[in-house]
Design a protein around this ligand. Structure first.
Ligand code: NAD
Length: 394
């Protein structure tokens, strides 16, 4: 990525707590960039609109203007606050629409522990993993039909008479869903995960699946993933297989490609988080795993994320609009700030990214946190959203 010294960064403020956290994120990131590069580099923020604010700017029922999508596509990069899911509008979810229109097929979620953060596990400091969740397939395609509908009747008839399916226990009262998982979709996701391991000098990529039950979707994900690692990265069997490994051409370190069944993986996540490194998984597994992993290191208030295609990176906090605390200057801005930190790394501005990380680590280590963490953190001082930003900058 070629980045000028004064790059334009399109941003969507977001609904609900978006109005609290987005200005704080910008302030902290600007301070980190100034600290890292003096006056030589600076971000030029450009507001673009989606969600409730877009209805004010562009007129009613314009939840996601085409112009907004075009800007993100053209600039190849943007950061956004959370967006309300419209009720009863023509659009199911703005986030889903953005992912589909920009073909953001990777949901990237790093999980890192900041010392002092309250955690439900005994050794949260052992968590340092990055989750690559497939974003475009699986049950999130939303292909399903309601119990008793004519479609279900037709499907049942086809399944029973044409395909000889006899396993549906209660056909008269079943809804039916379809779970498409493709070779192409799997390969582009696993390729990104392995390439990330190479670029970031990580030691292991784990394919997480339920292939023991769903052989031609989840099991195929595993098989296609292994095949891609062999074909494109030269991975070969390790200790008799099925695990593979290859040598990182940049660092000379071994990278292992293994696979774990999703339920066993969730147990491993809790008991041996140090075993989890780069994770590549399907959409639904990834949904469960990313939230469970985030909970171990402080929860959604501090969990960053990005949605990626081959040409676009959209950085966003993983939580919603938190209507219960919106507009009260109480929300934790860390998730959006750490999403911006991911953006800085994506731009190659590592020094500014490191500055953000040490500012957050410093604020938490000093016991100054926002309301979501203060209640369970001994001796903590609760700060508002903007005061927490000030603490980070200080
Ligand atoms: P939510 O994430 O907004 O809130 C869940 C709980 O977590 C609430 O108690 C909230 O106060 C708390 N919380 C969330 N973020 C926090 C932060 N930064 N600091 C402190 N506390 C925080 O989930 P929800 O209530 O189910 O959803 C509310 C709205 O957000 C819905 O319209 C939903 O569709 C939308 N949503 C948007 C996104 C997105 O834009 N990426 C993601 C999830 C939900």
């Amino acid at each position: 990525l070629t980045v000028p010294d004064h790059p334009v960064i399109p941003f969507i403020e977001g609904d609900g707590i978006g109005v609290d956290i987005t200005p704080v994120m910008r302030r902290v990131v600007d301070a980190a960039v100034a600290r890292a590069y003096g006056g030589n580099r600076r971000l030029v923020w450009m507001e673009i609109f989606a969600g409730e604010k877009s209805n004010l700017v562009y007129g009613e029922n314009t939840w996601l203007p085409a112009e907004t999508v075009e800007v993100i596509r053209d600039y190849g990069l943007a950061i956004k606050g959370p967006l309300t899911t419209p009720v009863g509008g023509g659009i199911r979810s703005i986030n889903v629409a953005l992912r589909q229109q920009l073909d953001l097929y990777v949901c990237l979620r790093p999980v890192r522990y900041y010392p002092g953060t309250p955690s439900p596990v005994r050794h949260p400091e052992k968590s340092d993993m990055v989750i690559f969740r497939e974003n475009s397939e699986d049950i999130y395609t939303g292909i399903e039909w309601e119990e008793g509908s004519p479609e279900v009747k037709k499907l049942l008839d086809f399944l029973q008479s044409e395909l000889g399916v006899t396993q549906i226990r209660f056909p008269d009262s079943s809804g039916i869903g379809i779970k498409p998982v493709s070779r192409d979709g799997t390969e582009r996701l696993v390729r990104k995960a392995i390439q990330y391991a190479v670029d970031q000098d990580r030691g292991k990529v784990t394919l997480v699946h339920k292939g023991n039950i769903m052989k031609f979707t989840e099991g195929a994900f595993r098989d296609w993933g292994y095949a891609l690692a062999r074909r494109e990265f030269g991975a070969v069997e390790k200790d008799g297989g099925p695990w593979l490994s290859f040598i990182n051409p940049v660092t000379g370190r071994e990278i292992i490609i293994n696979d774990v069944i999703a339920d066993a993986f969730l147990q491993q996540l809790l008991l041996q988080p140090e075993q989890c490194d780069v994770i590549a998984t399907l959409n639904l597994n990834g949904d469960y795993i990313s939230d469970a992993a985030a909970a171990q290191v402080g929860g959604i208030g501090i969990a960053p994320g990005a949605n990626l295609s081959d040409t676009v990176a959209l950085f966003e906090a993983t939580h919603g609009t938190a209507p219960d605390i919106a507009g009260q200057d109480r929300a934790n801005p860390s998730s959006l700030i750490l999403s911006a930190e991911m953006m800085l790394r994506h731009m190659g501005w590592q020094e500014a990214a490191e500055c953000v990380v040490s500012a957050l680590a410093g604020a938490i280590a000093a016991g100054t946190v926002t309301c979501d963490l203060a209640g369970t953190m001994e001796g903590a001082t609760e700060l508002g959203c903007s005061a927490f930003g000030d603490a980070m900058i200080a």
